[in-house]
Design a protein. Structure first.
Length: 437
């Protein structure tokens, strides 16, 4: 069973070839091979899907025009799907730049960018892929591809990622989902984030300047979303040196100027002293996948959190060991203060939701919960483990030192986080779709 977002990927980036059908008619053939898989690439899409490949041209002033489209069927148990488009050479200009987008064909409207379908109940949404621009007849750059994420009606986030297997140079489900939650902050119709989480994030952003530190940023999806959406945010993306190239590409692609930068930071190396006091918000997505790094990572988090800042983290549950991360955090006095579960599959898993609720009330961490759920017949440790058992969901948590939290949080609340309601869709308006010619 696939867990999470379905990523469309190029196994072979588009290759172009001029073929003469007759002395008078020639066609450009554009061939690519795609697959549908998870962020980790460990399984393939286990259902049928109708995909659409669209060839775009970058015209003068870089307006994008759809030149040609073709529908192709992904049928279970496929692992790779060849996409071949042919376009009349007389209608093409080899001096123009072209690019190929492959994504799910929607019955109502073609999804040009991604976001609006993510939370649809009962289905997993396919994340479309865009090749980087290429010229007909020239070899394409196989290394990078682009994702486009609608984060506001008028803003599309561009995230470049590598086609290879590098963990740091990929996009990950938690980063994508957390970015959409952030984008829904001002959308009062959306309950993608719990009211408490919204309030807490807003409180952090309610300053003239907010210095944000992103740990293990990789491509920088989440940090770049902050800098793109909130002009008062100055974001430092950090990761190992191997992420620098892709992070810099993404900073450039989103024209953030000096409001965001990449700095190398290895959790296993001594932390520069100024990190301990410089940041009003620390963010992290999908960094709890490797238990070998839990201790140094928690050490860094402990060092950079103080009485005036917060950690906002998102993770996709991948294995049992993740509970150790939260145990280490607890041992440092760092506990979850509010949590949002973003359903990226259609199931509701109500039992697990209930376990999460018990965990909160038992610890007294959520004094705003007006009607604490009844304790279940699980030990505290079991509840802690059960809380991590939400396969296929993204957890977005807000952490801060607990000594300070109790003093700051309200003792009553309206609108306590509804644990049993399935996470709802946030409506992202699609970018106007170009007519296919
Ligand atoms: C699964 S990726 C997540 C990337 C990004 N946050 C996202 O959500 O797309 C985990 C990231 O942690 C980084 N990482 C792993 N070990 C690290 C270390 N010792 N110091 C700093 N970063 C590290 C990896 O390089 C990688 O970019």
């Amino acid at each position: 069973m696939m867990g999470g977002i379905t990523h469309c990927r190029f196994l072979k980036a588009p290759v172009t070839k001029l073929e003469a059908k007759s002395p008078k008619s020639a066609v450009w053939t554009i061939t690519a091979v795609v697959t549908l898989t998870t962020d980790l690439g460990e399984t393939f899409y286990e259902d049928n899907a109708t995909l659409e490949a669209i060839l775009y041209r970058n015209g003068p002033g870089s307006a994008e025009t759809a030149v040609l489209s073709k529908t192709v069927d992904w049928t279970f148990p496929m692992r790779a799907l060849k996409v071949v488009l042919q376009v009349d050479a007389a209608k093409c200009n080899p001096k123009h730049q072209y690019f190929l987008r492959v994504g799910e064909k929607d019955r109502k409207a073609v999804q040009d960018v991604w976001g609006q379908y993510m939370m649809v109940q009962g289905r997993t949404s396919v994340l479309p892929i865009w090749s980087l621009p290429f010229r007909l007849g020239q070899k394409t750059k196989e290394l990078f591809v682009e994702r486009r994420l609608q984060i506001r009606d008028d803003r599309v986030l561009k995230v470049v990622e590598e086609t290879g297997e590098s963990i740091a140079r990929h996009i990950w489900d938690a980063g994508l989902s957390a970015s959409l939650v952030l984008a829904s902050l001002d959308n009062e119709r959306s309950n993608l984030a719990s009211p408490e989480l919204r309030k807490a994030i807003r409180a952090c952003l309610n300053r003239d300047h907010v210095n944000i530190l992103e740990l293990g940023a990789g491509c920088g999806t989440f940090g770049i979303t902050f800098a793109t959406l909130f002009e008062n945010c100055l974001v430092t993306l950090t990761d190992l040196g191997l992420a620098k190239e892709i992070a810099d590409l993404n900073l450039k692609a989103n024209s953030l100027g000096d409001r965001a930068k990449f700095v190398e930071l290895d959790w296993t190396e001594p932390l520069p002293e100024h990190y301990k006091t410089s940041f009003g918000l620390v963010i992290m997505t999908d960094c709890t996948y490797n238990s070998a790094y839990f201790e140094p990572l928690v050490g860094v988090i402990d060092a950079v959190l103080n009485n005036n800042n917060r950690l906002l983290m998102a993770y996709k549950r991948r294995h049992e060991d993740e509970k150790e991360f939260f145990e280490l955090m607890e041992a440092k006095g760092l506990e979850v203060t509010c949590r949002t579960k973003v359903a990226i599959e259609g199931d509701t898993e109500t039992a697990q939701h209930a376990d999460l609720a018990s965990l909160r009330s038992n610890r007294g961490l959520f004094p705003w919960t007006s009607t604490p759920p009844k304790p279940r017949s699980l030990t505290k440790r079991h509840r802690s483990i059960a809380s991590a058992h939400c396969t296929g969901r993204i957890h977005i948590s807000f952490l801060l030192p607990c000594s300070q939290k109790v003093a700051q949080l309200p003792t009553t609340a309206s609108g306590a986080f509804n644990d049993t309601a399935p996470t709802k869709l946030v409506h992202f308006k699609p970018v106007p779709y170009c007519t296919v010619r």
